[in-house]
Design a protein around this ligand. Structure first.
Ligand SMILES: NC(=O)c1ccc[n+]([C@@H]2O[C@H](COP(=O)([O-])OP(=O)(O)OC[C@H]3O[C@@H](n4cnc5c(N)ncnc54)[C@H](OP(=O)(O)O)[C@@H]3O)[C@@H](O)[C@H]2O)c1
Length: 256
């Protein structure tokens, strides 16, 4: 889909990848709906979108609240008449170790990654089913969703859950011309990743990550793993015998 003059909703757009994608899209005369909890940051992003020549609608809300998520979709559709693309981007992966983690922290991570996506997914499907031409629903997933990673077990599990759910949706929503994309970045340079000491050669800037996401949205790539170096590492990793894979991951964890 050409990314010009489209109505695009982005969740988690007050910072990080969501904000970078919103700004990258704002140069192409789009109508961009942004949502997150922090109102002031959203207002700043909306102002930049408008300065860059696109229309912005900022709707603050907590994505863990089903009603609030539905309201965001409703307000976007009321304002612009349709939603061509939804990037369901909210998520987080704080470090937790399964030897010490509490049930609440593990389950909370499923809520922020999986429940937040579902709360937007259902009203979005309802909306797109009514539209001529359907639409695109994309999820910012993660390369971590292909393998249980040390200190990221709960996050890997949540992202894998999103990916598998969307695999089903892709089949079931085809008759409605709703296309489903799972976008899987590797490490992006954020404050948190800087503190984790991830080698620079393995990270992308926010601008690079946004560039990959725009490419996948335009090409409607069903499942897109990026950047290429980490995509190859994940692909090779998946092909290794499990004990070998576990040994490598354990070594990586102890050298942290
Ligand atoms: N950074 C990476 O290296 C990396 C790698 C692979 C995948 N990802 C994925 O990329 C996505 C974006 O991550 P990021 O690194 O850009 O993180 P980020 O800067 O922390 O962005 C997260 C966004 O989600 C919003 N959010 C969090 N909880 C929310 C809630 N309950 N309701 C509404 N909005 C909420 C935050 O806004 P408010 O706090 O204002 O609500 C923020 O806008 C996530 O799904 C993450 O798993 C990141």
């Amino acid at each position: 889909m050409e990314l010009e003059d489209k109505v695009i909703l982005i969740t988690g757009a007050s910072s990080g990848i969501g904000k970078a994608v919103a700004l990258a899209l704002s140069h192409k005369h789009n109508h961009i709906v942004i949502t997150a909890r922090r109102k002031e940051l959203l207002a700043d992003v909306a102002e930049s979108i408008q300065k860059n020549g696109s229309e912005a609608l900022a709707v603050a809300g907590d994505a863990l609240d089903e009603e609030q998520a539905a309201r965001v979709v409703r307000e976007a559709a009321d304002r612009f008449g349709r939603i061509d693309i939804a990037l369901l981007n909210i998520g987080a992966g704080p470090s937790l170790n399964t030897a010490t983690a509490l049930p609440l922290d593990i389950k909370q991570n499923m809520r922020i990654n999986y429940d937040s996506m579902i709360n937007f997914f259902c009203p979005m499907v309802r909306q797109m089913k009514t539209q001529d031409g359907g639409g695109v629903i994309a999820n910012t997933n993660s390369l971590a969703g292909f393998q249980g990673m040390p200190t990221q077990g709960q996050y890997s599990a949540a992202k894998a859950a999103c990916r598998i759910f969307l695999d089903t949706a892709r089949i079931e929503l085809k008759p409605f011309n709703i296309r489903i994309l799972t976008l899987c970045p590797g490490f992006v340079v954020t404050e948190r990743n800087k503190q984790r000491g991830i080698p620079k050669s393995l990270t992308m800037t926010l601008g690079q990550a946004a560039g990959y996401i725009l490419k996948a949205l335009k090409n409607e790539t069903r499942e897109y793993l990026f950047p290429p170096l980490l995509r190859n590492i994940v692909t090779i990793g998946k092909a290794l015998p499990q004990p070998v894979r576990e040994k490598i991951l354990a070594k990586m964890a102890t050298s942290d």
